[in-house]
Design a protein around this ligand. Structure first.
Ligand SMILES: Cc1cc2nc3c(=O)[nH]c(=O)nc-3n(C[C@H](O)[C@H](O)[C@H](O)COP(=O)(O)OP(=O)(O)OC[C@H]3O[C@@H](n4cnc5c(N)ncnc54)[C@H](O)[C@@H]3O)c2cc1C
Length: 416
């Protein structure tokens, strides 16, 4: 008899698990509550922009091992764009200064010894001050072990850590920051070349996964929300608005839904319960020729500016102070930053603001301690999601790895 696994939630965690299992010959059913797959990493046609846009810009780094494996698995290994070497452009809107970081490829960071290659106003010794993050424990905040001020903090580490953790860095978990640094910055430029989905998130991460699943005869049911699980010693059935789907003890279920939904479905489950927002602005205008694909902005409201062929998009992380602001007012503020950063004199073009209020859990030590493991007390039920205990912050890499872990546990349960 063919082994069966039902994966609930078609975000990246669910897609990661589903594609691994389907690739191993498991009969996979994927239930997704929304009318489309992708969850917090999705693209859609936006009438105001007259184009397909992403809910938000998603930056990954070349050292993201699970991203590489996932894209190779679903046949999309060339779907990310970015420079051939690690390089990062910045502008400081306070004084108009601009610089480009050009780290060397190897592990020994000799680039920090060259004044022209490092952050303006910094000394080589400043960089070593971040080493304690690499061995920090789970209770430590970044601000406890590094000096959260000075040019290196303001012009590189604060923006980098804010983007990675989506939480005010000084208050964030030093262990989560350390996990990111160990796999990227500490390994050399080869491991932190910036990569973005091209032309959209869906084209890179979602559509090829759905095509892969279709090719493996997996059943994907969009618009099918799991309402409840019937429990005995293991999961006995899944209830959707239209049906009760029996689950045998030999089958497995992977719950890859957001933490607040998982807590509703499994009363008593402890999950992160404090979240941070991300605000994105999209402007329907091509960036001027020669604009960097990604530009870090210091001293503005905009934090990162992404140049696409048909649009310019802006990301603001940890954006809780912005989420209640009037949308047009926000668009005007962010456009003013874009215009200065890219030297554009045009009036504000068509725009869209996307506010994701619960974009990620807050990457504090207290919230990190609330992340459950993939294994549950029910032997045929496993958890996945960027909020489970991956050891990484809530990122694409973390979501994909959580899917790998849950899939491995399900395969073991199925004795495959
Ligand atoms: C604006 C924004 C920008 C980001 N930028 C970056 C970035 O630059 N780099 C990076 O690495 N990460 C970034 N992230 C984080 C990244 O998007 C997430 O870590 C990742 O997408 C989470 O995937 P997931 O599968 O764990 O969760 P989700 O994407 O939340 O997936 C859960 C799925 O479950 C479905 N669901 C919910 N309830 C039910 C139910 N009852 N039944 C069935 N299905 C249900 C949901 O509809 C959803 O599709 C960003 C996130 C946002 C929001």
């Amino acid at each position: 008899m063919t082994a069966r696994v039902t994966v609930v939630g078609a975000g990246l965690a669910g897609l990661s698990a589903a594609t691994i299992l389907a690739g191993r010959g498991v009969q996979v059913t994927l239930l997704e509550g929304a009318p489309q797959a992708g969850g917090r990493c999705r693209s859609y046609f936006d009438p105001a922009m007259g184009a397909v846009i992403d809910n938000g810009n998603h930056l990954v780094l070349s050292g993201n091992r699970a991203v590489r494996d996932y894209l190779a698995r679903i046949g999309a290994k060339d779907a990310l764009a970015g420079p051939p070497r690690a390089e990062f452009d910045f502008v400081d809107l306070r004084d108009g200064s601009r610089w480009r970081l050009t780290p060397n490829e190897g592990r020994v960071p000799y680039w920090v010894a060259r004044p022209g290659r490092r952050v303006p106003g910094t000394r080589a010794a400043d960089y070593a001050g971040y080493a304690p993050l690499l061995w920090a424990d789970a209770k430590t905040r970044i601000g406890d072990v590094v000096t959260a001020r000075g040019p290196l903090w303001e012009k590189l580490m604060q923006p980098f850590l804010l983007a990675a953790l989506n939480t005010e860095p000084a208050d964030s978990s030093a262990a989560l920051a350390g996990a990111v640094l160990r796999e990227t910055l500490a390994k050399g430029g080869r491991f932190y070349r910036p990569r973005i989905a091209h032309p959209t998130l869906a084209a890179a991460f979602i559509d090829p996964a759905l095509a892969y699943l279709a090719g493996k005869q997996a059943v994907v049911q969009l618009g099918t929300r799991l309402r409840a699980l019937a429990m005995g010693p293991c999961v006995l059935a899944l209830e959707t608005p239209d049906a009760t789907l029996p689950v045998s003890a030999q089958d497995a279920v992977i719950l890859a839904v957001p933490p607040w939904i998982a807590a509703d479905l499994l009363p008593g489950l402890v999950v992160p319960n404090d979240f941070r927002a991300i605000v994105n602005a999209h402007f329907k205008i091509a960036a001027p020729a020669g604009s960097p694909p990604i530009l870090g902005v210091i001293g503005g409201t905009a934090e990162w500016i992404f140049a696409f062929d048909d649009r310019i998009s802006v990301t603001v992380s940890g954006a809780d102070v912005l989420v209640d602001r009037d949308r047009e007012d926000l668009a005007r503020t962010l456009w003013a930053d874009v215009a200065r950063a890219l030297n554009i004199t045009d009036a504000m073009p068509a725009w869209q603001i996307v506010k994701e209020k619960r974009a990620t859990f807050a990457a504090t030590p207290a919230q990190d301690a609330r992340r459950p493991p993939a294994r549950t007390q029910w032997k045929n039920l496993f958890l996945a999601g960027d909020w489970t205990a991956t050891g990484l912050p809530a990122t694409i890499e973390g979501a994909l790895r959580s899917g790998e872990t849950a899939a491995a546990l399900a395969l073991r349960h199925l004795s495959l």
